[in-house]
Design a protein around this ligand. Structure first.
Ligand SMILES: NC(=O)c1ccc[n+]([C@@H]2O[C@H](COP(=O)([O-])OP(=O)(O)OC[C@H]3O[C@@H](n4cnc5c(N)ncnc54)[C@H](OP(=O)(O)O)[C@@H]3O)[C@@H](O)[C@H]2O)c1
Length: 295
């Protein structure tokens, strides 16, 4: 799809991280952007910043886990701009907890924002995109939508559901002129790992990676193949290119497409390669639990 001043792009989770960077990047391309998230003040500040730089930007405070608010987001976008070309389902949140500690409430919260919201926001956007015979639905899943990471099973499973959502959606979009893509980033330098429910998952993984080096050395194993952290701007740039040249799957970090393929083909070999990381995180998690988790 060509990006012009007519193009309307809705981005959920636009109050920080990847979503905010993506709003800025599409605005720079001249597109009209609609920013959605719960923190109204932050959204308004970003929209104001974009307008000051000459862009057309609209902030619509939205909790995407509420079907009515999700519907209203699309309705207000159409009232305002009369069309909708790109929807980026980016809102998401993680948590820290072993499988046996994951409560029914946490399960619901993780699936509500990372999976159910995809239906709530996408469904009202589809009729207009189909009528336009032009549109692109993008879902930000994660590499953990393709393989497992420890102590976040409900998030991991919900991100797998996001991959399944796009796979199913694509089968209904055949011949409609509407595209759908799933994006699977590895680590990105945002607030995400700090604001996880139940403690900072990012800190757990960083400490686990440090520990994994000693474990790998002790056991004579190669280090787990973890990719370099990218910036939200790196991801935003790739999303602009994805809209220009659509494809079903985007792995943003070098080497992760190959790892996803290995995990799909031979999970045990994949897990062997990750072993120092899994053991490192396991040790650190046990210590955290004994000494109380960091806030
Ligand atoms: N950072 C990583 O390493 C990484 C890796 C792979 C995938 N991802 C995925 O990338 C996406 C963006 O995350 P990020 O890294 O940019 O983290 P972030 O800075 O924490 O951004 C998350 C965004 O989601 C919004 N959000 C959370 N719950 C929401 C709700 N109920 N309704 C509406 N918006 C909601 C937050 O805004 P409010 O709090 O204002 O609502 C925020 O704008 C997420 O789906 C995340 O799972 C991140």
């Amino acid at each position: 799809m060509e990006l012009t001043q007519e193009t309307v792009v809705v981005i959920t989770g636009a109050s920080s991280g990847i979503g905010a960077a993506t709003a800025r990047r599409f605005a720079r391309e001249g597109a009209r952007v609609v920013l959605a998230a719960r923190r109204a003040e932050r959204l308004a500040e970003i929209a104001q910043e974009l307008r000051q730089s000459g862009a057309t930007a609209l902030a619509i405070p939205t909790d995407v886990t509420d079907p009515e608010q999700a519907h209203r987001l699309i309705e207000q976008t159409l009232e305002h701009f009369g069309r909708l070309d790109v929807l980026i389902n980016n809102a998401g949140r993680g948590y820290v907890g072993a499988v046996e500690e994951t409560t029914p409430e946490m399960l619901l919260r993780m699936f509500a924002v990372n999976a159910f919201a995809l239906w709530y926001v996408t469904a009202p956007a589809l009729p207009v995109m189909k009528a336009q015979r032009r549109g692109h639905i993008i879902v930000i899943s994660s590499v953990v939508g393709r393989w497992g990471y420890p102590y976040s099973s409900a998030y991991v499973a919900a991100k797998h559901a996001a991959v399944g959502f796009v796979a199913a959606l694509r089968t209904e979009l055949v011949g409609t002129g509407v595209e759908a893509s799933v994006v699977c980033p590895a680590a990105v330098d945002t607030d995400w790992g700090k604001v996880t429910d139940g403690g900072p998952l990012g800190d757990l993984y960083i400490a686990g990676i440090r520990r994994s080096k000693a474990i790998a050395a002790e056991r004579g194993l190669p280090l787990a193949p973890l990719s370099r952290i990218l910036s939200p701007d790196d991801i935003a740039e790739q999303l602009v290119q994805l809209v220009r040249s659509p494809r079903s799957d985007l792995f943003t970090h070098p080497g992760t497409a190959e790892l996803a393929e290995l995990a799909a083909r031979d999970r045990e070999t994949f897990e062997q390669r990750m072993l120092p990381f899994y053991l490192g995180v396991q040790q650190v998690y046990a210590e955290w639990r004994r000494n109380a988790m960091p806030e």
